[in-house]
Design a protein. Structure first.
Length: 416
């Protein structure tokens, strides 16, 4: 119900006064593109959020809602199901975390919200964002993924938990054991929904939904929506509000090039890129686990700092690599497609496809690791003769242009 104008003005004035007393991070001086600046001019105060949640929002450094946040937050607060399509790196995590946190009643010691993601790294990252946004609210947030101690999770669920961020298999395991009670969980969020609704995950998702109350709310977010998502929408979502901010699929701040090379020239070409580019941090993608490890060894032999990460590593090792790379302990990361889903490291300004992907969906998620949240980024693709058809097809499917790499790349295209 709308408040009278005087009450809204008083609320805004109170929040502005209170906001000025917070310790806020310094503004990011980097250029931002229309992906995050083309807004309607809303303020977070306009959504009448709890004061404690607003404190977390401002302390996280958010000043105004991005387009996906403007579209998503007020609708999600009404309890309506949402099917949202928006680019990687435009603020999707906060678009669902903020309304979910607002709905949680910390006085009720039960699981009230479940956020599902397809990978362990994304679960850790999403839970961290939720904890930072909700740090003043007394909301207990738990992250649970496969590859970690089930006993520790069981012990943790012996204490109050209001929100769970999880990979599907682990939370289904906990709920089927009677440890995680989802009978009062009225909000389900699916991030990277296209991956969650692949044949690998969909039966697990449907099992979980059956354990939720009938008056649940389902929020789906992704950059790509294949046929499986439509079938799921028709079966489980009730008159969903559709958000599509994907007229252009690739980020506006991203410049894309290709270098036509022979396979045996790739390492030499990579060495040349390292020497000529102004890399803050880079992610280098390979198409197989073996090639990740071999390339990481080559990069180290060339004298550059390098980590590597892939799905066959022990989870504790993966966690350490992700944490250290995110904190800037290393400039370059070689990885498999494990790292294409939602990983948000804003210091990454260069993505290199050492091996060119076969699908436009994989390409979109890979290059979306750079140029995040409206900043500038560069994607360089090493293309062999065998890749030429994939390059053309991906350009057509994404309605984007990948240009031949020039002799010198202007720093202003990818560095603030």
């Amino acid at each position: 119900m709308a408040q009278p104008a005087q009450a809204l003005q008083a609320t805004a004035a109170h929040n502005e006064d209170w906001k000025s007393k917070l310790k806020l991070p310094a503004k990011d001086p980097r250029i931002q593109t229309e992906d995050v600046t083309a807004t309607k001019g809303n303020e977070f105060e306009d959504y009448l959020l709890k004061r404690e949640l607003l404190a977390g929002i401002y302390e996280k450094g958010f000043e105004k809602p991005s387009p996906i946040q403007e579209e998503s937050i007020p609708i999600a607060l009404t309890g309506r199901d949402i099917l949202a399509r928006a680019k990687n790196g435009t603020g999707k995590t906060a678009a669902f975390s903020i309304p979910v946190l607002e709905k949680i009643d910390a006085s009720r010691e039960e699981i009230q919200a479940l956020i599902l993601v397809p990978t362990r790294e994304l679960a850790l990252q999403t839970s961290q964002v939720c904890k930072e946004l909700g740090k003043h609210m007394g909301v207990e947030i738990m992250v649970t993924t496969g590859g970690t101690s089930l006993r520790d999770d069981i012990v943790r669920l012996g204490s109050p938990v209001h929100m769970v961020v999880a990979t599907p298999g682990r939370i289904l395991d906990l709920s089927s054991k009677g440890v995680a009670n989802l009978s009062n969980c009225r909000v389900l969020v699916m991030d990277e929904a296209d991956k969650l609704l692949s044949p690998e995950f969909q039966p697990v998702i449907e099992d979980l939904i059956r354990q939720l109350p009938k008056d649940r709310q389902i929020l789906l977010y992704s950059a790509t929506f294949p046929v499986g998502v439509k079938q799921f929408k028709d079966k489980f979502l009730k008159k969903p509000y559709i958000i599509n901010l994907m007229e252009q699929l690739t980020l506006k701040g991203l410049t894309q090039y290709y270098a036509f090379v022979e396979e045996k020239q790739k390492v030499h070409c990579l060495n040349t890129l390292f020497s000529k580019l102004s890399i803050n941090q880079s992610i280098i993608f390979c198409n197989s686990v073996n090639r990740v490890e071999l390339l990481a060894k080559k990069v180290t032999e060339l004298g550059y700092s390098c980590f590597y990460i892939h799905a066959k590593m022990m989870q504790s090792h993966r966690n350490r690599v992700f944490h250290d790379f995110r904190n800037g302990h290393c400039r370059n990361l070689v990885c498999s497609d494990l790292f294409t889903r939602g990983i948000d490291i804003q210091a990454v300004n260069v993505v290199i496809n050492f091996d060119f992907p076969k699908s436009s969906e994989t390409y979109l998620h890979r290059v979306g690791r750079s140029g995040r949240f409206g900043h500038l980024g560069l994607a360089v693709n090493l293309i062999t003769y065998e890749d030429r058809h994939s390059l053309y097809r991906i350009e057509q499917e994404l309605s984007t242009e990948i240009q031949p790499i020039p002799a010198a790349i202007d720093r202003q295209l990818y560095c603030a």
